[in-house]
Design a protein around this ligand. Sequence first.
Ligand code: UD1
Ligand code: CA
Length: 455
Amino acid sequence: MNIVILAAGQGKRMKTTLPKVLHPVAGTSMLGHVLTAVGHIAESALPCVVVGHGSEQVQDYLSKNYPNVRTAVQSEQKGTGHAVFQASPFLSSDATTMILYGDVPLTQATTLHKMKQLASDGGLVVLTQLMENPTGYGRIERNLNGEVIGIVEEKDASPSQREIKEINTGMMACDTADLKRWLGLLQPNNAQGEYYLTDIIAFAAKEGVPIRTTQAQYDWEVQGVNSRAQLAALEREYQVFLAGNLLDNGVTLADPARIDIRGNFNCASDVTIDVGCVFEGNVEIAAGVKIGPYCVIKNATIGKGTQIHAYTHIEDATVANDAVIGPYARLRPGAQIAEQAHIGNFVEVKNSQIGVGSKANHLSYIGDAVVGSGVNIGAGTITCNYDGVNKYQTIIEDGAFIGSDTQLVAPVRVGKGATLGAGTTLTQDAPPDQLTISRTKQISLVWKRPEKIKK
Ligand code: UD1
Ligand code: CA
């Protein structure tokens, strides 16, 4: 199957320098959503994206993210029919062509699949939708037998045609040879002076080509984005849908209206999520996890029964079962937290392993470290991993106790069962089972506090 995605329009009402189709919905560009859905229905197809406004940015985005996608340039935007025409050299005539819109991002693969199935019987397939408020859309005209005979654009419609509630989503599929022939017949004799793709419906009807329609399950699947307000509204509608899926799968949400999912969120049942949480990228949450309010979790795996308290940020990290993280913890890329470990408030962990049952509960930086099991890291501990040029590793073996306000100047090792006195600046390895301490001896002097000078 040939796939054409129209994305040359300017998106004037967005008032943006970023091409409209690159604006994200649920963390993925609108164009990315369309290409993802296409990938589900036609793995072998090489979609052709028609670019125009901001074509360099769109092409750049595509070459980085979808290197197999081809582009056709429409340098002047003379209408949707003209846009499809630019893609014709890429369309092999012995296959069906499906036309999609880069600014209608959320059409689900199941809907595209229905269109594909219908199109395989020949004829022309149009995705339509019954809308309570059809304003702005092209309307589907049918004859008394209910057969589709044409599409009339809002701007060209008579008052009675504007009453029609069945709208054209813009998406269609048909035989490619027919399509090419019909495109050649288009004339810009309408209110907008454009070559309307929608005029091919009337050509098909006149030629007796069967025209079939199908609908999407949800209205948001066919909603286009022309303004920031529509973008925000679509985002929210989609988030409500995603939240509904979570509820259906046995996840407790303190408020389904206050969660944002921007990526692939795989959440087991009996997970509880408080308000204001944001999940980005690939996130996997195992059963029984509790997540407090306002956590941001990106590309992470959280094990069974773990508790993540309020305001915790996790990125590119893994947390095993029954751990306790936060409030106000920050797990940065490469943090691996083992079972039953505790990472508390204002503790930052980067590129480090924290062993089973180990605890760093307050105000610490642990970077490029391997921490064994049963280790206690006191408040204010810092691994000095960076000399301004290179990074070095700190190793803390099982059962060590790190006193508060300790600096571990890497590379350095703390042996098994070692204890570091509070305030130690460790520059050499600490032997196992001993107390290591680096402090000047405490002294006390008799003295007088200065007094305020009288003038
Ligand atoms: C179009 C349909 C309308 C339908 C609506 C659904 C036509 C004539 N009208 O109207 O029936 O109800 O979509 O959302 O097709 N584009 C180009 N090149 C152009 C013009 C448009 O690539 O020269 C692209 C735009 O970037 C956009 C899509 O085609 O992705 C639709 O164009 P737009 O101008 O938004 O069409 P509508 O007026 O919304
Ligand atoms: Ca539009």
